[in-house]
Design a protein around this ligand. Structure first.
Ligand SMILES: Cc1cc2nc3c(=O)[nH]c(=O)nc-3n(C[C@H](O)[C@H](O)[C@H](O)COP(=O)(O)OP(=O)(O)OC[C@H]3O[C@@H](n4cnc5c(N)ncnc54)[C@H](O)[C@@H]3O)c2cc1C
Length: 578
């Protein structure tokens, strides 16, 4: 595989430091469980439910259960419920097409074919999907889908209802304990080298402080990393902690360049970048430039309904051309707007914008993290005892771009599989004969990193500089030069940020964001092509030699110039070839 001329290697500290803080496991409060699930979005909650069928479970959320990408999801969950084989094959085809040559077909089939069972189960558990008058499920259609197959709830508040339904189910299970306000700092491994078994996590609870949680199996479901960008649709919890802790623990991360940007988020200084769903453009809303002219008609035959990355780039170009900070979304002619989009209308009105009478200022924003911790079809990573599911994971479903509404589905299907697979860590598993180990007796784990001699750090400044640099240089339209500059900046900031020892989440998150941002820039710099949601102005077409998954693993890239290795795109996802 050809490599870029530039060395994309990160600062040595990012690669060397195994833990964020110094500790001695024996001196901390000890908690034991069979399965530890880090994350309480769709993937974590569903994994916790499955794991509770074979043992005790602890589920962690660093905030409350209502704050996650899951709870914020609007449009719906893609899936063919009780459909004919041809309809399911259509969903597979649409997913493969969106993935631009990087989907692993086995993963696509596993998730798409798993949809019906998971969605029917949700309905049986009381999930209130929207229905037509006759009682049948109301199905929406979104960009890239060949037919209507999106189940939704409360119009545009599907995620809130999904989180409610799953959390209620979890609340009924005696074997599941939910720890909210509990921040996982790092996965604990028996040794510091990649490949060492994962034994649980060191956590910081807002009331009880640092704790060791020992588990036979650990399932990472920490979600994405939208917050590494200045503009994002994600809640403030999406700082990529799961990605960073998996990297430090020696698990392989893949396809980090692929970040999906959403073209239309509300742009008001100081306000959260609320997503204004694609469905709004589906109902006929237009994009207008600063002089009130439609501009998407000249950009793509589908105009405002062109793929997300095309619309995002057109908006960024228009803003660069005309100045200003945003373009406008015009919904004034969309009939029945409030009835179809009650949540969006409510939020806009809270900012004194009436979508039926006024233009809405919009701008693209980082939305979905396609890459992640590489897993096989059982949710296993290549760190023994560690599983991953949902947005933090990369099983090969999305390839180079995510098909709309496939991510909640992935969390449901892969969360359930990972939770079930974790049984194998009890030594009696049915998910294959992979790495059966008895319950680990907690070893004495010691991290003896020293405090840095260097001075104080303005954390808020580092965080905001990083987010701006990610947006400017590693955002919608990338070039080799911009990515190299970003890499230089990150290496420089790493020197005096990653050597510090913090005692609260803001510091740990910032260190995680710097590590994840560096990996995204490195992967995007190596990938000298445009494919899916990774677009480079200096390499505008897809190239056959890059039709592979690029893999990144701590320590193994040092001294080289690119990823640790690459994996062929294939019918069944495989871990470990990197
Ligand atoms: C505004 C918006 C709209 C969307 N709309 C849709 C849609 O309509 N359809 C669709 O399919 N997808 C949609 N998505 C994407 C989808 O919501 C996410 O991909 C999906 O919910 C991810 O689920 P998850 O369980 O992997 O992670 P999340 O739901 O993000 O959950 C992550 C969990 O991990 C916890 N966590 C993170 N770090 C730590 C830590 N250090 N310690 C402890 N806990 C931690 C968090 O507290 C949280 O509980 C949308 C996303 C956004 C932001």
């Amino acid at each position: 595989m050809r490599r870029g001329l530039h060395s994309w290697v990160m600062h040595a500290l990012a690669d060397q430091r195994r833990y964020l803080i110094p500790f001695r496991s024996g001196l901390l409060p000890q908690i034991f469980t069979d399965t530890l699930v880090i994350g309480a979005g769709v993937a974590g909650l569903r994994a916790g439910l499955a794991a509770s069928e074979h043992g005790d479970v602890i589920v962690l959320a660093k905030g409350d259960v209502g704050t996650s990408n899951t709870a914020w999801a609007q449009g719906g969950i893609a899936g063919e419920v009780g459909a004919e084989a041809e309809a399911i094959a259509g969903h597979v085809r649409d997913t493969l097409k969106a993935g631009a040559g990087l989907c692993d077909e086995g993963a696509v089939r596993t998730v798409v074919e798993g949809a019906s069972a998971r969605l029917e189960e949700l309905i049986a558990w009381g999930m209130r999907f929207d229905r037509e008058r006759g009682g049948s499920l109301s199905l929406g259609r979104e960009g890239g889908h060949g037919r209507a197959r999106i189940l939704h709830a409360d119009g545009d508040a599907t995620g809130r209802e999904l989180a409610r339904c799953l959390a209620a189910r979890v609340g009924e299970r005696e074997r599941v304990r939910m720890f909210e306000g509990c921040f996982a700092l790092d996965l604990i491994t028996s040794g510091d080298e990649p490949g060492s078994p994962v034994l649980g996590a060191i956590t910081h609870h807002e009331r009880y402080g640092l704790q060791m949680i020992w588990a036979r199996a650990t399932i990472l479901a920490g979600g994405g990393a939208g917050v590494i960008y200045r503009e994002t649709t994600n809640p403030r919890t999406a700082t990529g902690d799961g990605l960073a802790m998996a990297y430090r623990a020696g698990a392989t991360l893949a396809d980090m360049a692929f970040v999906q940007f959403h073209p239309t988020t509300l742009y008001l200084p100081g306000a959260a970048r609320m997503l204004i769903s694609e469905a709004v453009r589906g109902e006929g809303a237009h994009l207008l430039d600063a002089s009130g002219q439609r501009f998407m008609e000249g950009e793509h035959p589908l105009a405002e309904l062109a793929p997300r990355d095309v619309v995002s780039r057109a908006i960024v170009r228009k803003i660069a051309e005309q100045g200003g900070k945003h373009v406008w979304l015009d919904c004034r002619h969309v009939e029945g707007f409030e009835g179809r989009f009650p949540g969006i209308t409510r939020t806009l009105r809270s900012f004194e914008i009436d979508p039926e009478r006024q233009l809405i200022p919009v701008h693209p924003a980082a939305h979905y993290f396609v890459g992640g911790v590489r897993t096989d079809l059982f949710g296993r990573t290549d760190a023994p005892g560690l599983y991953a599911a949902g947005e933090v994971a990369s099983v090969g479903l999305h390839g180079a771009n995510r098909l709309a509404s496939n991510s909640l589905l992935e969390g449901l299907v892969m969360g359930e599989i990972a939770g079930r697979s974790a049984e194998e860590m009890r030594g009696v598993g049915s998910a294959g004969s992979w790495r059966l180990v008895p319950r680990q007796v907690p070893a004495a784990v010691i991290s003896d990193i020293r405090p840095s001699a260097q001075g104080e750090l303005d954390l808020a400044d580092v965080r905001s500089s990083l987010r701006s640099a990610m947006w400017r240089n590693v955002g919608v339209a990338r070039t080799g030069a911009k990515l190299r500059d970003a890499g230089e900046m990150f290496r420089f900031w790493a020197r005096y940020t990653l050597d510090k020892i913090f005692d609260e989440p803001e510091g740990w998150e910032t260190q995680n964001m710097l590590l994840v941002g560096s990996l995204v820039a490195a992967s995007a710099g190596w990938r000298e092509e445009s494919r899916g949601c990774h677009q480079r102005d200096d390499a505008p077409v897809a190239r056959g030699e890059y039709a592979v998954h690029d893999c990144w693993r701590r320590g193994r890239g040092a001294g080289g110039g690119g990823p640790t290795g690459t994996l062929a795109v294939e019918g069944g996802a495989e871990v470990g070839a990197a």
